[in-house]
Design a protein around this ligand. Structure first.
Ligand SMILES: [Zn+2]
Length: 160
């Protein structure tokens, strides 16, 4: 069992974070924005970027290659819907999508590109700098924006 804190200081305990989120044993801040038999959409629990969304799956596999054709279609459809909703909610105009097979449980980072990322070329090659910087600018105003983004996104998902 691992114990970590989320960005807001809440204790998270899990063996596999992906399995725990998928089975509701660990509910990330903001709850579930979308959920079906395979896929969950939640906020990233540890990186305070407004609208930073995680596509998770309820199956403990590590690669896109490990899903059936129907599952892959499901994943891409939800990924598409999520990005559309992020744009409709005016969270961003573009996203970065990151998936690392070195992680034992498949998940996709959907990072909205914000204006403040311009100084990092809005580029995946500088994602560590972007993440580090996000901690330094997270204040009460940003927290409000963060919470607003969750509500706006939930509204968009409810409209679909
Ligand atoms: Zn897992």
């Amino acid at each position: 069992m691992r114990t970590e804190k989320d960005f807001f200081g809440n204790i998270m305990e899990f063996d596999c974070m992906g399995c725990y989120i998928g089975s509701h044993k660990l509910i990330p801040y903001g709850g579930y924005l979308y959920e079906d038999d395979l896929v969950t959409i939640t906020m990233d629990p540890q990186i305070p970027i407004v609208g930073f969304t995680i596509l998770g799956v309820k199956k403990h596999v590590k690669s896109i290659n490990d899903f059936t054709e129907d599952e892959r279609k499901n994943i891409i459809d939800v990924l598409n819907l999520t990005i559309e909703n992020m744009k409709k909610a005016n969270i961003c105009e573009e996203v970065l999508i990151i998936q690392e097979e070195r992680s034992s449980h498949f998940h996709v980072w959907i990072v909205p590109i914000h204006k403040w990322m311009e100084k990092f070329d809005k580029s995946v090659t500088r994602i560590n700098e972007i993440i580090d910087y996000s901690y330094t600018i997270f204040d009460d105003n940003m927290k409000k924006e963060y919470d607003d983004a969750i509500e706006k996104l939930k509204k968009e998902f409810n409209n679909n």
